[in-house]
Design a protein around this ligand. Structure first.
Ligand code: UD1
Length: 414
């Protein structure tokens, strides 16, 4: 499959945002904590969710999808059976570690994969469970973790999103109080804590840098709607900023979008937040700016690539520094092929805005880089063909329909 995109101007209408990929994956993993049924609503058709379904099915989960609803039953699981090939495809596969360790005191996994955006070790996850008392054996790509956990105070060297999630879930049944210091504060962490508490866990401080988990004896199922996807929303908001137009984004939490909202306003773009919607009005001309991607509440690294596309056509020079994934810049090479002027130096891209990008043939090599190329195709004169679409399909659901709905000239070719 390839994407064919023509220059798109003056976008109008509304886009409804779907449930958040980075919330759904940990919450699906967290459902492994209970034998009761868990029903998740507003689940988009994205391939990372489908891969997670396969990973959990291999473990014995019974998962039914009815439209945008997932019905998960983990009554009988066999943690020894793993789908190694699928696990190595997505980073989110590492999240089965915590809940399995909590429920059956044993977890087997392979080193996770995900997008090629630089080194992505899981040492913080493994150090954390070791500190909680688990024994970790590594044989080639295979990791086996087992043991009874004991409460303690953990301090992460870096506020890793995945490590915070895994350790929160690992400690759910650990009698006493487990404390995670320097925890990640991303909204997705708050959402996971909210889900866990709804099922009967006792998690405190999620969303702050200190999380305390009071061990409980059991947790239950229930129905849950994961938070809206702030990165899906952000990507399309940047698209409207670049094309110009007036678009309302429904089903968003405007507070989650603050780092982007403030940046777009600084560049001269009109952003109005409502209770659960955001409206963008742009004339399609704006000045450049600088971003430094940092853990939340800093500017999100997942919007770094889309911002590079916007800065590529902004007035003046912009600097983009990524302090979370230092080599997440593969998209800049493709943007340069389209006429952008981007120079890399370490974890910083220096972008001199050009009058216009030119359509061409480019290839996505990672999810958000793929999102950035889609935007560049919308901004560029002429015709753009994007390959590597499987990366875009990992995290953007129904994007052709959604973007066409506001006037983007995009279609999929098979
Ligand atoms: C999650 C998101 C991803 C987002 C990232 C940062 C999911 C499925 N993915 O990824 O979209 O870009 O948060 O917001 O939720 N690190 C280590 N050792 C570890 C763990 C992480 O050194 O054990 C490093 C990583 O290499 C990276 C940084 O910490 O440089 C951040 O990684 P982390 O916050 O863990 O990101 P993920 O959970 O993988």
């Amino acid at each position: 499959m390839k994407l064919l995109i023509d220059k798109s101007r003056d976008l109008q209408g509304k886009i409804t945002i779907h449930g958040c990929k980075n919330s759904i994956l940990p919450i699906m993993a967290a459902s492994l904590l209970t034998k009761k049924e868990v029903v998740l609503l507003d689940i988009p058709h994205i391939s990372d969710v489908e891969v997670m379904i396969k990973i959990m099915t291999a473990l014995g989960s019974k998962i039914k999808r009815e439209g945008r609803v997932l019905i998960i039953n983990n009554e009988n699981i066999n943690p020894g059976k793993i789908a190694s090939a699928d696990m190595s495809k997505i980073r989110g596969s590492s999240l089965i570690l915590g809940p399995l360790l909590a429920r059956v005191k044993f977890a087997k996994m392979v080193f996770p994969g995900g997008c090629k955006i630089g080194k992505r070790p899981i040492d913080l996850h493994l150090d954390g469970v070791r500190k909680l008392g688990a024994k970790v054996d590594i044989e080639g790509e295979l990791i086996t973790v087992k043991g009874n956990l004991k409460p303690c105070t953990l301090r992460l060297d870096f506020p890793s999103v995945g490590a915070t999630e895994n350790l929160m879930m690992a400690a759910v049944f650990t009698a006493g109080y487990t404390k995670i210091e320097n925890a990640a504060r991303e909204p997705e962490i708050y959402d996971l804590g909210k889900f866990l508490n709804q099922t009967g866990a006792r998690v405190f401080g999620h969303g702050t840098d200190t999380i305390i988990i009071e061990g409980v004896k059991t947790v239950y199922g229930g129905v849950y709607t994961p938070m809206p996807d702030r990165i899906e929303a952000g990507t399309y908001m940047i698209g409207v900023a670049g094309c110009g137009g007036d678009v309302l984004f429904e089903n968003v939490n405007p507070r989650h979008l603050n780092p982007l909202t403030f940046k777009l306003r600084q560049m001269g773009i009109n952003v109005t937040p409502y209770y659960n919607a955001v409206r963008i009005k742009s004339k399609g001309s704006f000045s450049g700016s600088n971003i430094i991607c940092m853990p939340h509440p800093g500017f999100p690294t997942d919007l770094q690539a889309p911002m590079c596309s916007l800065f590529a056509i902004a007035g003046g020079e912009s600097l983009v520094t990524d302090k979370v994934f230092s080599s997440r810049f593969v998209h800049t090479k493709e943007l340069n092929k389209m006429g952008a002027n981007i120079k890399l130096s370490g974890n910083t891209a220096r972008i001199k805005g050009v009058e216009e990008l030119t359509g061409g043939e480019v290839e996505a090599a990672d999810l958000r880089g793929g999102g950035a190329l889609m935007l560049a195709g919308m901004f560029a004169s002429g015709h753009t063909v994007i390959s590597g679409v499987k990366y875009i399909n990992r995290g953007y659901g129904d994007y052709v329909e959604k973007l066409r709905g506001v006037g983007v000239k995009i279609k999929a070719a098979y």
